[in-house]
Write a protein that binds this ligand. Sequence first.
Ligand code: DGY
Length: 332
Amino acid sequence: MANNTGRPAVFVSRKVFPEVIARLSEHFDVEMNDTDSVLSPDQLAQRLQGKVGVLTTGSERVDAALLAANPQLRIVANIAVGFNNFDMAAINAAGVLATNTPDVLTETTADFGFALLMATARRVTESEHFLRAGQWNKWSLDMFAGAEVHGSTLGILGMGRIGQAIARRGAHGFGMKVIYHNRSKLAPELEAECKASYVDKATLLKTADHVMLVLPYSPEAHHTIGAAEIAQMKPTATLVNIARGGIVDDAALALALRNRVIAAAGLDVFEGEPKVHPDLLTVPNVVLTPHIASATMGTRMAMAMLAADNVIAFLTTGHAVTPLNAAAVAKA
Ligand code: DGY
């Protein structure tokens, strides 16, 4: 659908870099929400009137109601690799193309997974708070003694691209024994390259010194880690979640941390974020960050540009760069 300039119109649902708007503007009339506030479903439906493409982030839900209100929409391009904000059944039924931003964030996100693991195991933020509070008046041998990272066992739940990049860091950089659990086993060459061995979930939980969650969110993955799973872990273990809020039962984790069922946790994602379960804010043995695993300027720019390129490629050639449902759209 073209507007009165004769060019198709697209909408950008969040403030993005000016370079991204400039690139989109070479092809389309671009309208945007030039703020960091999330539009309500009604506001988004309204702003999408007459638009054939939209750039979303993980905070905007694309569902049957939004699509019914905007039957002219042809592509929804998420600026994220995760796409649990998309109702894929509704998107497929509407014959709309969905895209995400894989690959461009893999190494950056794996770096952050490791940063959070190191900060958690070595009690970086807890000890910094102690120092800033003026409590450091003597040194002692066991002061903030944490868990070993090098040479320990790293258990990765979810072994996609980011999980593999974390495995490489652990195995090759830190001499860790890497075990993983995933819906499917990696090809033998990939397992060898990552130096990772497949185990069942129970073995991973009870064997790993550090458990890293990198699996995508789906209703089936809801509370993959709850009280029962935490109880299977070593009392000295750490848990790191860079996957999605809802994969961990945050209330159960807060209680387990308070009762020292496990030693510590590092969380970048939360159930109902940007709200954080209040009990997590009061336990000392958790490192909390505001969903920043992919947040370097270079990577965030690459993600937004890839989303823009998906819209441009699809609307000008019929083929997106990183489509999620090309087959469903071809059939529709
Ligand atoms: C992703 O790309 O899925 C990150 O979590 C940012 O939303």
